[in-house]
Structure formats: C-alpha cells, structure tokens
Design a protein around this ligand. Structure first.
Ligand code: ABC
Ligand code: CA
Length: 485
C-alpha cells in the first residue's frame, strides 16, 4: 500500500511479545525481567476484533526476524530489535505460516500490516563474555553477514552532534554492542535491498516502520524504499524538525518525534506546559518535510518512551493528549495499552502485557474515547474530500493553556488545565471557519454549540476535557456518531 493509502488509516502498535498468546493463556509478565512473556502472532490473530472494534484498520508489529538467543546484559530479545539471522523468523513469535496467517487475517478484515524492520545493526553473542574492550563476536550465527568485514569498525556513538559517528559507530555499549552494519559496503547494501523486497512480498506486508533510520546515511534510503515498494515511515529519534526533514525524501515520511516532544511537554507540566510550542513545531514540519506532515506517523506513546500516565493521571489531560494524533495531519498511531490506561514509565516498564487487562472494553472510558476519535476521523475523511490534504492550522488563543486546531470539518479545542480547571476558547469571525448561527457538535459528548451571527465562536467549559467539534451537517449521515444530530 502507498503513503496515500495509509493516510486514510489509523494504526494500533503492538509489541508482539506483550499483546496476546495464541493459546489464550494469561501468564504473569514482569516487565523488569526483560524476558519473553509469550505473546505471538497467533495471539494477535485471535484478538483482531479487539483492535478493529476500536476503529483501527492497521497494525504495526515488532520486528519479525530471528534475534540473538538467550540472555544478554539487557535481558532477552523479546522486543525483536536485536536481529541475528535476517533470513529466519523469530520462532518465539511463531512460524512462517503463522505470520502469513496474520497477514491474511488482517487483509480479510480490510486491515493493513506494518512490520518494524531493523537494518542498522545485528546482535551477536560475544565469544568470551568476560572479555573487555575490544570484544570479539561469534559471527557465525550472524546471517547472512558472517564476517567482520560486513561491519563498521567498532566504536560506540559518543557524539550525537557528529553525524559520521551517529552513522558509523555502534549503538549499545560494551555490555551489549549492536554491531553496526557497513551500509557503505555494496554487498551489504544489495543484501538489504533484496532482503526487504523479499520480506514484503513473502508476507504481503503493507507498510514498514524503519528502525534507527538516522543511523544510516540518507542516500541509502531511496533505493531501500523503492525495493520495499510500500509505505515507509522512518524512526528519526530527534526533537528537531530540520534534522528530521531530509529523511522524508528517501523514505515516505518519519515518525513525528519533534511534535511528540512538544505535545508531551505541553500536557505533562500543568498549565505551565508550553502549548504554543506545538503550533511552532507543527508549522515547521509542515514547511520542511517533503509532503508536509500528511504522511508522518503521529503518536503520543511508544515502546521507547514513558507512558503519558506514568507522568500525569488526570483523565482530562490524558484525553486531551490522546486526541492529538487523530485530529492533526498525520497518520494516527496508538501504542497498545494506552486505551487500557497503562502507566508504565521508561523502557522496560512501558511494555506491559495487554492480556493482563483481559481485553476488557466495558467501563473503559479511554477505549470509548479512542473509538469515538477513530469514528470521527473516518467521518471527517468521508465528509470532506480535502480533509487529508488540508493542513491543520492553529487559531491563536488568549489563554496559554488553550489550543485551537482547525482541520475542517474538525475544530479541536484542547487544554492542559486538567479536570479541576475551566477553559475558554474563542474563534474570531476573521478565522473564516463558519457562517452565522451554525450548529457544531462536540463528538466526544454530543453536546452542541452555536456560532454567533458573524460566525465567531466562544466556548467555555469546566472539567478540562477536550472538544472535537464538527458541523452538525457533517454528522447528519454518519450513522453512529451522535446519531440523533
Ligand atoms: C536497552 C535497555 C534500556 C537501556 C538501553 C541502553 O538498552 O532496555 O533500559 O536504557 C532496543 C530495545 C531496548 C534496548 C535497545 C538497546 O534495543 O527495544 O529495550 O534498550 O539494546 C530504536 C527502537 C528501540 C530499539 C532500538 C534498537 C532502536 O525504537 O526500541 O531498542 O534497535 C537511540 C536511537 C533510536 C533507538 C533508541 C532506543 O536509541 O537513535 O533509534 N530506538 C537521543 C538521541 C537518539 C537516541 C536517544 C535515546 O537519545 O538523539 O538517537 O535514540 O538514547 C530529544 C533529543 C533527542 C534525544 C531525546 C532523548 O531527547 O532531541 O536527540 O535522543 O529531545
Ligand atoms: Ca549505522
């Protein structure tokens, strides 16, 4: 599927080992142990309804290839980011048939499969665990890269401001080095290009999340993407738009990290959170990224960062933050477990087993919230044929805790004030959004507001909840959303 196909979708991100077991069991899972807990591809197949019922029509799964075996100084490779043999699958997650079954089960439901792929490094067991720098490795298990000449000379990244260091030195440390592939070596490069082509076709993959993309030279990516032939979204872990921007040329786009940091900071620091930083970052990204922000992956949680509720548990704030990915330009991504209110902090605490929630959706306000947001986005796409190609814009507010985002037919009003606060937003007639006396529906509550005779709008509310307003007319034929409108 192409980037344009993906823009209509919303993605549920799964850590395969932590989502579900195919046999339906619910073993305990202590995240601090950094061990496999038993989740697998069959488990995902069994719970696709859980994902689809929330309105998601794509999933992103952990890297699928065989990883280093046994225990390392950082635990087991349950997350999948330590490839050892890229031509085999990780049998902890299942067989080739299981992965094909997952792919076809998704396609039968009209859903897409995004696979996470690691090209930057592989991980080998040291030949002598007590050896000190420089280490030697058992290269024989590293397939198909069985020799030191496939790797950059060992050095650990020490200066993130030195791009050569970032690309050619190694991630990890002497306890667990991530062997950095020599992606300047044409044999390595060709191997990776044909590997990705084969992986995509063998398992009918619809899109790729490209790990550690900033750790490989930019001009490696265009041919990688064309061999993949599907949507590619790169992980450029950085708070800086200008740094990330060039990668949106070689790959379809990037995970929108700069905006993520702005959103996280704005909503987890009470009313001193800086809401205008969101406006600044999004505007920069719209200006600097290839295709603007239309193809970015928009997220507020993932496997590398503390969950929102590890910092802030006020449910109004949580709902404001969770609204963000669904009402702005990019492709929304929800990290599994956020809908269940999970609160894990930094890696590895943020990788809780979802089965411990029992996949319960009754009396789960955040599940309802996500479901409504997905339905609203689908309704916006079908009501306004330009929705996906109209940039989000910001209407400046006098209160520093208020944010107003317009992406017709959405007008989203956010606040970082929390549940004991009251907030107000005003939209002047000069914004040109509405005509006089128009009825707008907050799809999160189904309450209505009416514009003034000049098309201006003032809204005040207590309780600090977000509002996603749509013209009543945009909902009239929606069926499910606020159906009495
Ligand atoms: C393990 C342990 C951790 C321990 C770590 C050293 O080792 O579990 O507790 O802290 C996988 C596993 C991890 C594992 C690592 C290392 O491997 O999932 O559990 O950590 O063995 C991707 C994946 C990630 C994966 C890998 C490795 C890569 O999403 O899940 O990790 O395949 C860098 C990389 C980035 C990578 C991330 C983990 O590390 O660039 O691709 N993620 C700065 C740097 C970033 C750097 C980041 C974190 O620090 O610029 O490049 O990411 O080290 C912003 C700044 C940024 C700054 C951030 C923190 O703040 O603008 O520059 O990022 O404001
Ligand atoms: Ca590298």
């Amino acid at each position: 599927a192409s980037a344009d196909d993906w823009t209509k979708r919303s993605i549920y991100q799964v850590v395969t080992d932590r989502f579900a077991l195919g046999n339906g069991s619910s073993p305990s899972c202590d995240t601090s142990q950094k061990k496999y807990c038993g989740g697998n591809w069959q488990g995902i197949i069994s719970h696709l309804d859980y994902i689809q019922d929330m309105g998601f029509d794509a999933i992103w799964i952990s890297p699928v290839v065989e990883n280093v075996q046994g225990t390392t100084s950082e635990g087991e490779a349950y997350h999948g980011y330590w490839p050892q043999n890229i031509n085999s699958l990780n049998t902890n997650f299942g067989s080739a048939d299981d992965l094909k079954s997952l792919s076809s089960a998704l396609h039968d439901k009209g859903m897409y499969l995004m696979v996470d792929v690691v090209v930057n490094h592989v991980v080998a067991n040291p030949t002598n665990t007590s050896s000190v720098w420089p280490e030697t490795f058992d290269y024989s298990l590293l397939q198909p890269f069985g020799g030191s000449n496939s790797f950059h000379t060992q050095c650990f990244i020490s200066d993130y401001n030195n791009q050569t260091d970032v690309e050619q030195c190694w991630l990890g440390d002497s306890g667990l080095p991530l062997l950095d592939l020599d992606t300047e070596n044409s044999t390595v490069v060709d191997t990776m290009y044909s590997w990705i082509k084969n992986l995509v076709s063998e398992y009918s993959v619809d899109g790729l999340r490209v790990d550690t993309a900033k750790h490989i030279r930019q001009d490696f990516w265009p041919d990688f993407a064309s061999n993949a032939g599907v949507y590619t979204v790169g992980e450029i872990l950085i708070g800086n738009v200008t740094y990330a921007a060039p990668y949106t040329k070689g790959l379809d786009s990037v995970l929108d990290y700069p905006t993520y940091y702005a959103v996280y900071d704005a909503f987890t620091n009470g009313t001193s959170g800086n809401m205008s930083a969101i406006t600044d970052l999004v505007t920069q990204a719209q200006d600097q990224y290839n295709h603007g922000t239309f193809y970015v992956g928009s997220f507020v949680e993932n496997q590398d960062n503390p969950r929102i509720q590890s910092t802030v548990t006020d449910q109004s704030i949580v709902k404001n933050v969770m609204t963000w990915p669904f009402i702005n330009d990019g492709i929304p991504i929800l990290y599994y477990g956020q809908e269940q209110g999970y609160q894990g902090g930094n890696d590895p605490a943020n990788r809780e087993a979802l089965w411990l929630s029992g996949f319960n959706t009754d009396n789960k306000p955040l599940v309802t919230h996500v479901k409504t947001l997905n339905a609203a986005r689908k309704q916006a796409i079908s009501y306004n044929s330009s929705f996906l190609t109209t940039k989000a814009s910001f209407i400046s507010q006098s209160s520093t805790s208020a944010l107003a985002v317009s992406k017709p037919p959405f007008l989203t009003l956010l606040t970082n004030g929390g549940s004991s606060s009251s907030a107000s937003w005003s939209i002047p007639s000069s914004a040109g959004l509405y005509s006089g006396s128009e009825t707008l529906v907050d799809v999160l509550t189904c309450d209505t507001v009416t514009t003034g005779s000049d098309g201006s709008l003032s809204v005040s509310a207590s309780g600090g909840l977000p509002k996603v307003l749509m013209p009543a007319e945009a909902l009239s034929k929606s069926g499910s959303l606020c159906s009495s409108q």
